[in-house]
Ligand binder design. Structure first.
Ligand code: SAM
Ligand code: F3S
Length: 444
């Protein structure tokens, strides 16, 4: 049987987006297969799942139910479940959804073609959710990219074990990718025309990469090495951990302009009591000290964050401490979520007396203030000149282009299609909702 069309659906974070791209690469390499965006046309359907919150996990099972119906019209259809739900549930997925053919984890996605072959040969569902350390990277085909930006994963897993989080269980312990491997991938991407790299991992600033000489280099070293490559225009990373924000990394902001003035540094809460119960390893004051030092190194740095609202035992006083931290730091964009108890994590066993309505009211208050701050941030950008990468031609008006600033805002301005993919200096003229308007000052 020749498999023809592959459909893939991604849930959750950028790590999963990256893994999905890699799944497509391994599946398409040497196979008679093409990607489709129509589930009904597919011969293989892959779900790359997320289990960070209960809602994301439930969504997977309702989507699986729909895919099952397609098996009636196409009996050869294969369904695979990968990602964090697969990792956490393993063969329980097959018990709950016996029509699933392959279950694989974030660290075994490179074995996907083999697992599918085995499924076809044996007629039995295949499950592999093991953590074969960094093997994954050794078996992935070279990245292909159509745009000027690309992600490069520099580490897998997480060893922080925050009490609310499933990631250490679903993605395994933290393992850094060897230094030269990362550099080779970056150089390959540059050769394909990539100018902007985003380094990916759960705690990228904890990076400890082995070199060919048997030494270990840290994240600051890696950042400087990549920024030193002539054709790199912009360097980003996500996510980083406040506890790992060493002075060495902060110093890179002082002397490496290619490292963008935007940082996603999840704080989770402003209450020391809650931070301790979360096992985050810092206090609100320590977090603010990191921010202060970052702003000494890079005065215009925009800091985005993540918040968990309604962690077990969070009192009004704890929540007010979070609201105060938001004011003190003046965050740019932030993501906030109501605590979702995840099976197997310590926080899921903690006493939680806060009614849902109280949690929702807190969430709405935080989100309202947070989007006001984001708007104020945009307003402050009016009149400034921003370095923008041109990403697309405006859908509404062909003489307009859309570009992205370092702090991830979309700017619309008049320009020509020849400017696509280039870096331009654009003066910000106005703010409208979530986008900015600007005019080109000069091509960089
Ligand atoms: N490495 C990052 C850090 O330093 O915190 C976090 C990665 S986690 C995959 C992404 C975000 O999901 C977290 O920052 C947290 O705000 C949120 N999150 C994780 N577990 C959660 C839970 N059980 N309930 C609600 N939100 C959660
Ligand atoms: Fe999760 Fe904490 Fe790691 S939020 S990904 S255990 S740093």
């Amino acid at each position: 049987m020749i498999l023809k069309k592959l459909y893939i659906k991604t849930y959750g974070c950028q790590m999963n987006e990256y893994d999905s791209d890699k799944m497509v690469d391994v599946m398409l390499a040497g196979a008679e297969l093409e990607q489709t965006d129509k589930q009904e046309d597919a011969d293989i359907i892959l779900f790359n799942t997320c289990s960070i919150r209960e809602k994301a996990e439930n969504k997977v099972f309702s989507d699986l139910g729909r895919a099952r119906i397609l098996k009636k019209t196409n009996p050869n259809l294969l369904i695979g479940v990968g990602g964090c739900v697969a990792s956490q549930e393993g063969d329980a997925i097959i018990k709950r959804a016996p029509y699933v053919d392959v279950v694989f984890g974030p660290q075994t996605l490179h074995r996907l073609p083999e697992l599918i072959k085995e499924r076809i040969a044996s007629g039995k569902a295949q499950i592999d959710v093991s953590f074969p350390e960094i093997e994954k990277f050794d078996h992935l085909p070279a990245s292909q990219t159509a745009h000027g930006t690309a992600f490069v994963s520099i580490m897998e897993g997480c060893s922080k074990y925050c009490t609310f989080c499933v990631v250490p269980f679903t993605r395994g312990e933290e393992v850094s990718r060897p230094f030269e491997d990362v550099m080779r991938e970056v150089e390959k991407l540059i050769a394909q025309g990539v100018g902007e790299i985003t380094l990916l991992g759960q705690n990228v600033n904890a990076y400890q990469g082995m070199t060919d000489d048997g030494d270990t280099v840290d994240f600051a070293f890696l950042l400087r090495a990549i920024a030193a490559l002539e054709d790199i225009q912009r360097l980003r990373y996500t996510t980083s951990h406040p506890r790992e924000m060493s002075q060495r990394v902060i110093d890179v902001y002082a002397d490496t302009p290619k490292l963008v003035s935007h940082l996603h540094l999840p704080v989770q809460s402003g209450s020391d009591r809650v931070l301790a119960a979360m096992k985050r390893g810092y206090t609100a004051l320590e977090y603010k000290s990191v921010v202060r030092r970052l702003r000494v190194a890079r005065p215009d740095i925009a800091i985005a964050s993540d918040f968990i609202i309604g962690f077990p035992g969070e009192t009004d006083e704890d929540f007010e401490a979070t609201m105060k931290l938001i004011e003190d730091v003046g965050f740019d964009a932030s993501y906030s979520f109501v605590f979702s108890p995840r099976p197997g994590t310590p926080a899921a066993e903690m006493q939680d007396d806060t009614p849902d309505e109280v949690k929702m009211a807190r969430l709405h208050r935080l989100q309202a203030r947070s989007s006001e701050l984001e708007q104020e941030y945009s307003q402050r950008m009016v009149g400034t000149v921003q370095r923008v990468v041109v990403e697309s031609i405006s859908k509404k008006n062909a003489s307009e282009l859309a570009g992205r600033t370092e702090n991830n805002r979309v700017v619309n301005f008049v320009g020509s299609p020849g400017m696509l993919g280039r870096y331009l200096n654009v003066r910000i003229l106005a703010v409208s909702n979530h986008t900015l308007r600007g005019e080109v000052v000069e091509a960089v």
